[in-house]
Design a protein around this ligand. Structure first.
Ligand SMILES: NC(=O)c1ccc[n+]([C@@H]2O[C@H](COP(=O)([O-])OP(=O)(O)OC[C@H]3O[C@@H](n4cnc5c(N)ncnc54)[C@H](O)[C@@H]3O)[C@@H](O)[C@H]2O)c1
Ligand SMILES: [Zn+2]
Ligand SMILES: [Zn+2]
Length: 348
């Protein structure tokens, strides 16, 4: 088969790779209908996140059809249309039982191989899914392929970010980053009842999208972001800052914008070794800080509800569909945010 392979920084190639096959009784083999490019792929693409083996198939967002199952699989059979979270999970360990499926004791991240171990990704014609009974989910008929692809990553991640921010109808909330994840965080904050949501980015198209989800857009380069938030809160700062960027600059801005006693909830992938604020600064603001990988599989029901509540603006997120063979161009488009690029999907 062919897949998009990591060859080095800013070097993704469409190449022949070995066909995946059933290796364990709890595996399933899925033929990919659509694969997505995620902001997390960009950390590897730019070399901010290191350690990925050259030759790894990229990607962790897909929707596809089951083509084969191992002998222990009970919930799925060939022909079923399925989605997948970006990590596998066993369903039985402490973390899976308590809703933190992203930290399953034997969980693996799709598209992450290091020192010869790990899983190939989903930007390929086929993908092997371990622990398939507890990892994969069937897709209802009324949910199309593009929508289904969001259910495995950006929708639950946006929800996770908002759900951990202690927001209610009275909260003033700021979302940093209006990429696909930040936009879903705006939708989720609305879904949770929040009325006042500022959305910050520097890309005009993305700010307009945030407005379509009901946020008040603030341009990082043109508007006085901090002054606007302070003006709106009698000089206190925001009750909650939802960080969906994944950079030390954004983390610092989150700290500047949050009020004493407020919450920073971040889902941006952080690869730096220190915090953008000190323990003393956190103490001085009585800060609550939440961070980490989204347990997407455990949040499927909430993600589905947000999808159904925001269908129209969510559909407008899909700005580019290319064939998988044009994947390298898809990475460049998404990276450079050319042609209003917001979400790129690739069709094998
Ligand atoms: N925690 C998880 O489980 C999880 C899951 C999916 C994605 N992520 C992470 O979420 C983040 C966002 O993903 P995405 O797909 O939306 O990526 P993206 O790159 O499309 O979006 C990031 C946005 O942030 C904007 N931005 C950059 N610096 C900023 C700043 N200082 N203030 C405000 N906005 C700024 C950019 O213009 C861009 O629009 C990434 O770090 C990604 O790795 C985490
Ligand atoms: Zn992702
Ligand atoms: Zn587990």
């Amino acid at each position: 088969m062919n897949g998009l392979v990591f060859r080095g920084i800013r070097d993704i190639r469409y190449e022949p790779v070995p066909d995946p096959r059933i290796e364990a009784p709890d595996d399933a083999l899925v033929r990919v209908r659509l694969a997505g490019i995620c902001g997390s792929d960009m950390h590897v693409y730019h070399g901010r996140e290191q350690g990925l083996d050259v030759g790894t198939v990229m990607g962790h967002e897909m929707v596809g059809d089951i083509v084969a199952v191992g002998s222990a699989i009970q919930r799925f059979r060939p022909g079923q249309r399925v989605g997948s979270p970006f990590t596998t999970n066993c369903g039985g360990c402490f973390y899976c039982r308590t809703g933190l499926t992203a930290r399953c004791e034997c969980g693996q991240l799709f598209g992450w191989r290091q020192n010869g171990k790990g899983l190939h990704g989903m930007q390929a014609e086929f993908v092997r899914v371990p622990k398939a009974d507890s990892t994969l989910f069937a897709i209802p008929e009324d949910v199309d392929d593009r929508e289904a692809l969001l259910l495995g990553d950006v929708l639950p991640t946006g929800y996770y970010c908002a759900a951990r921010a202690d927001i209610d109808s009275q909260s003033v909330c700021v979302v940093l980053g209006c990429g696909p994840v930040g936009l879903m965080a705006v939708a989720a904050a609305r879904y949770l009842g929040c009325q006042t949501i500022f959305a910050v980015d520097s890309v005009p198209d993305r700010l307009s999208m945030a407005a379509q989800f009901g946020a008040l857009p603030l341009d990082l380069h043109k508007d006085e972001v901090a002054a606007s938030i302070m003006r709106h809160t009698d000089g206190r700062g925001a009750d909650a800052v939802l960080e969906a960027v994944g950079s030390p600059q954004a983390m610092r801005l989150a700290y500047e914008l949050v009020r004493p006693g407020g919450v920073i909830s971040t889902v941006g992938v952080h690869t730096e070794s220190g915090f953008a604020f000190s323990p003393a600064e956190a103490y001085d603001k009585n800060l609550t800080f939440r961070i980490g990988r989204c347990p997407a599989r455990a949040l499927l029901a909430e993600a589905m509800q947000i999808l159904r509540a925001f269908r129209e603006p969510i559909r407008a997120n899909f700005t580019h569909e290319l064939s998988l063979s044009q994947g390298a161009e898809g990475y460049r488009l998404f990276d450079e945010k050319r042609e209003g690029c917001l979400k790129v999907v690739l069709r094998p």
